[in-house]
Design a protein around this ligand. Structure first.
Ligand SMILES: NC(=O)c1ccc[n+]([C@@H]2O[C@H](COP(=O)([O-])OP(=O)(O)OC[C@H]3O[C@@H](n4cnc5c(N)ncnc54)[C@H](O)[C@@H]3O)[C@@H](O)[C@H]2O)c1
Length: 256
């Protein structure tokens, strides 16, 4: 498949899980791909996986919460691959507590942990978007996909308030930018995954994930590849007239 042959894609948090699957899916579709992560070994592994597909790929290292580091990583990626015209804001964290990996209750939450979750999940998306936007404006086209969560759209008792707030904020971030950037030929959409089988999800107590499966209409958890295929649609020409939308990829769980 070469639907994305002339595209240059940057995926944050591409070292593993959903981000890795989305970066690999774009490489499979013929795009040049920058794998951004703060784990340099994982990012290198991902870049090697893409090279095996016969496309250009680079691994760039940055903590998405650090604007200067992100700007440098984006510049490094663009110098190697060309101007970035597809950005996927995926890097995210969901801290848990205790031996059974429960959510952190609001009344016990450390303000430093609140700040870190907002810094990574929300400000990280701003930092990456801010760094690629001048190039997209100059190109006259661009695609941004933000990875929110069903927990940002409705109450979900597995996650904590910092995570839910950050993911809800990404919905406002998406809709505002879609309005502001549409005239420049840039679309901005969000995906809201349900329970997807990744290292992050496995950090939650198994009983909690089983309880989700039992009430999910499709009666199973999702795979990273199932999120990646919807992302690939949103960044493809087939979705050229879709902007400002939030699409659940959740098997019907917590549908709003
Ligand atoms: N797995 C789920 O069930 C689920 C559900 C809804 C939404 N999401 C969202 O999807 C995204 C990916 O989740 P996942 O399950 O693949 O997570 P994961 O923990 O398996 O992978 C996250 C990746 O992001 C990277 N990362 C984390 N913090 C970073 C930072 N500060 N700077 C750069 N890279 C960083 C990690 O190194 C890792 O490679 C997250 O935004 C998450 O909130 C996941």
């Amino acid at each position: 498949m070469s639907s994305h042959a002339s595209r240059v894609v940057l995926v944050s948090g591409a070292g593993r899980g959903i981000g890795r699957a989305m970066a690999d899916a774009h490489a499979d579709a013929g795009a040049a791909v920058a794998y951004l992560d703060h784990d340099p070994d994982l990012a290198r592994t991902a870049a090697e996986a893409a090279r095996a597909r016969g496309v250009n790929a680079v691994a760039v290292s940055a903590d998405v919460a650090d604007f200067d580091a992100v700007a440098a990583a984006v510049a490094e990626a663009a110098a190697a691959l060309g101007p970035i015209d597809v950005l996927v804001n995926n890097a995210g964290i969901s801290p848990k507590t205790g031996a059974d990996n429960r959510r952190v209750d609001a009344f016990a939450m450390d303000p430093a942990e609140w700040r870190r979750v907002i810094d990574v999940n929300l400000t990280g998306a701003f930092n990456c978007t801010r760094s690629v936007l001048p190039g997209m404006r100059d190109l006259g086209r661009g695609r941004v996909v933000n990875i929110s969560s069903v927990a940002g759209r409705t109450y979900c008792d597995i996650v904590a308030v910092h995570y839910a707030a950050s993911k809800a904020a990404l919905v406002g971030f998406t809709k505002h930018l879609a309005g502001e950037l549409g005239p420049f030929g840039i679309t901005v959409n969000a995906l809201a995954p349900g329970r997807i089988d990744t290292p992050l999800m496995r950090g939650t107590a198994p009983e909690a994930n089983e309880a989700v499966r039992a009430v999910t209409p499709l009666r199973r958890l999702g795979s990273p590849e199932e999120v990646a295929s919807v992302c690939l649609f949103l960044t493809s020409d087939a979705a050229a007239f879709v902007t400002g939308q939030v699409c659940d990829v959740a098997g019907g769980w917590l549908m709003t």
